[in-house]
Design a protein around this ligand. Structure first.
Ligand SMILES: [Zn+2]
Length: 641
């Protein structure tokens, strides 16, 4: 029985962070669970490395695109190794094997009459690699607010319009093709509105896979990236995928384009697409501009990967948005891991060591606990099958709670004083606790593999926990007379303040390391006009330049140049600032952006509104202004010197 699952192919314009780790940890958990059910599992991930954005980022870093993508792709692989994730195939889109697969898919679609040549002329956003169909020259990109470029080019088009009914039939015949239900409904509504044909090649981009027999064209994002799922297992008997695990922002590409491409090529479709929600930071979207992206490795170093895995899969309902915070992370670690599972393990094992010389006694165990254990095991298994990780964990913890209560009620420390008369009862209590601990540990192995392996060894098992199968979850599989392994605390209590400080310190070091890796260097400055008067450093010091974040922005009545912004520069109240940038930016594109403010400019009134400072933007005569911004994360209120 094979089971093939994938994570998205991560784009190498950014170094890996907790968002990438979230999807990959979930995939690793599913892999371990399927393996426990007896499947031969292959988990594939990889990196999406083509496109103009990468070409330009590489140039800015003084590297060739290949050198640049080699570095970032290796950083992703390194990340998964550090976190101990069981990646079986790591597929890069720059691999020759992958190009063959993309070109083959193209040939099949072309041969079946689903590809034709057409023309696009209009606005294009380089940053998002997006045609902005209804924009005029000079308009900003609706996604990111950066100025669009005018392009006119010949493209290959995919006849997506021919697949509307076929896709609707697919969604109806396989109601679980897209999960969760809310995402399925979104996709259904979108497809019902009708589908436009899709441009699948570019002539403006050089860094990509060439279209066969027409090499001035390279394949554009999705035709290239999605096919990675097939190239990762090319030549193996793994396709179709059983599960594509994705973030909700790419559900349309996976649930609409991908099955359409495969239908056009006459190839088998994946069985399921599951879209999980976003991981927010303290309920705020994580983004470069907010400077609140968290990386996984500092958490791994301070609390261990299992602490992160537990938090992400317990705290966030899989499929919905959830929020990360260091406080909540350490809180969960202490209350659930140290005081919950960790405490059950250490007290159970310590009692066996003390009262029975480290050998688990023989007994059938307590019948009530045995029954709860069987019931809870069934719920956990069903929850894991449905990818309801949070519910699965909650159920395991209800068993931990029941056993804790049982131990307190039975008071084995009293039985131990009762001599031979109480020996059989003491055996029963110790066996019951140990058997429940064994089942809890086996159930948690797919989710918290590192800690489960440790507790498994402490219980005295010499075969690795990875070999445990679902049949082993039955009550009574633990035979008596088993000697414990060496005991040690698995989850030492964490000092909240100290561990958060440590993680944040490591986080800033990791940010610096990753920035260097991305080769972020300042671009060469243009020569300053010879006529500019010189100033002293003291003159410059009089200008108080501060980093701020735009809280809101609105058009100003009667002006097509001005926008009215509120900017937080770390003071008690945000600044009201008027800026002549309406020609270049839509107000909504500015919200959440970090900007530079002249903070000590004398206030002045523009159109009756007080402007408490000035926003810094660059422009040449006649050009639209471009806001000063940062490539690295900068805290709000930081002074420019
Ligand atoms: Zn854009």
């Amino acid at each position: 029985m094979k089971y093939y699952l994938t994570t998205p192919i991560y784009y190498v314009n950014a170094a890996p962070h907790i968002g990438h780790a979230y999807t990959t940890i979930a995939a690793d958990t599913i892999k371990r669970w399927k393996r426990m059910q007896g499947y031969d599992v292959v988990l594939a991930t990889g990196t999406d490395e083509h496109g103009q954005k990468i070409e330009r980022a590489a140039a800015a870093a003084g590297k060739t695109p290949q050198e640049f993508t080699d570095i970032i792709s290796a950083e992703f692989q390194r990340q998964w190794e550090i976190l101990g994730l069981g990646i079986d195939r790591f597929q890069r889109t720059t691999a020759a094997k992958h190009a063959v697969q993309v070109q083959d898919l193209f040939h099949r679609c072309l041969h079946n009459g689903y590809i034709y040549k057409g023309n696009y002329s209009g606005q294009y956003c380089v940053f998002d690699e997006l045609y902005v169909n209804d924009a005029k020259p000079g308009d900003p990109c609706p996604e990111c607010g950066r100025p669009t470029e005018t392009v006119s080019e010949e493209n290959y088009y995919f006849k997506l319009s021919a697949f509307q009914q076929k896709l609707l039939d697919l969604y109806e015949k396989q109601p679980d093709f897209i999960l969760p239900e809310s995402k399925r409904n979104e996709v259904l509504a979108f497809v019902k509105k009708g589908l436009s044909d899709l441009s699948i090649s570019r002539t403006t981009i050089k860094w990509g896979i060439p279209v066969p027999n027409d090499e001035k064209h390279v394949f554009y994002v999705w035709f290239d990236a999605l096919t990675t799922y097939m190239s990762a297992v090319a030549g193996e008997d793994m396709w179709p995928a059983d599960l594509h695990l994705i973030g909700k922002e790419i559900v349309r590409f996976h649930a609409i384009y991908w099955p359409a491409f495969l239908m056009a090529a006459g190839m088998p479709l994946p069985k399921r697409i599951f879209a999980h929600g976003w991981l927010l930071f303290e309920n705020d979207k994580m983004s470069k501009s907010r400077g609140n992206i968290v990386r996984a490795t500092p958490i791994h170093k301070v609390l261990g990967t299992d602490a992160l895995r537990y938090f992400l899969l317990r705290e966030v309902v899989f499929g919905q948005d959830g929020s990360f915070s260091y406080d909540a992370l350490v809180g969960r670690y202490n209350s659930d891991l140290a005081n919950g599972w960790g405490n059950l393990a250490s007290r159970t094992l310590a009692m066996i060591k003390q009262y029975r010389a480290g050998v688990i006694p023989r007994s059938d165990g307590d019948q009530q606990i045995a029954q709860s254990s069987q019931e809870i095991t069934a719920i956990v298994m069903e929850s894991l099958d449905r990818l309801e990780f949070s519910k699965a964990l909650e159920s395991v913890w209800s068993l931990i709670g029941a056993v804790d209560k049982y131990i307190v009620e039975q008071a084995p420390w009293k039985l131990a004083k009762g001599g031979d008369a109480e020996a059989e009862r003491l055996d029963e209590v110790l066996y019951t606790s140990a058997e429940a601990l064994r089942i809890v540990t086996a159930l948690l192995a797919p989710i918290l593999p590192e800690s489960a392996a440790k507790i498994w060894a402490q219980l005295g098992f010499t075969t690795p926990i990875d070999l445990v199968k679902t049949a082993d979850l039955h009550w009574g599989r633990l035979r008596g007379n088993q000697a414990l392994g060496g005991l040690a605390t698995v989850f030492p209590r964490a000092d909240v303040k100290a561990s958060i400080e440590k993680m944040m310190d490591l986080e800033s070091k990791e940010v610096a390391r990753q920035s260097e890796l991305l080769g972020k260097k300042p671009e060469p400055a243009a020569a300053v006009a010879p006529g500019s008067p010189q100033i002293t450093i003291d003159d410059f010091g009089k200008v108080d330049l501060r980093v701020g974040i735009v809280l809101d922005a609105a058009a100003v009545k009667g002006s097509d140049k001005l926008l009215h912004l509120h900017v937080d520069i770390g003071e008690p109240a945000p600044r009201s600032i008027m800026a002549g940038i309406a020609g270049a930016y839509k107000p909504e594109a500015l919200v959440g952006r970090k900007v530079v403010i002249v903070a000590n400019l004398a206030p002045r009134k523009l159109r009756g509104i007080e402007s408490q400072g000035m926003i810094v933007a660059a422009s040449r005569e006649g050009d639209v202004p471009v806001l000063a911004s940062f490539l690295e994360d900068v805290p709000i209120g930081a002074r420019l010197k």
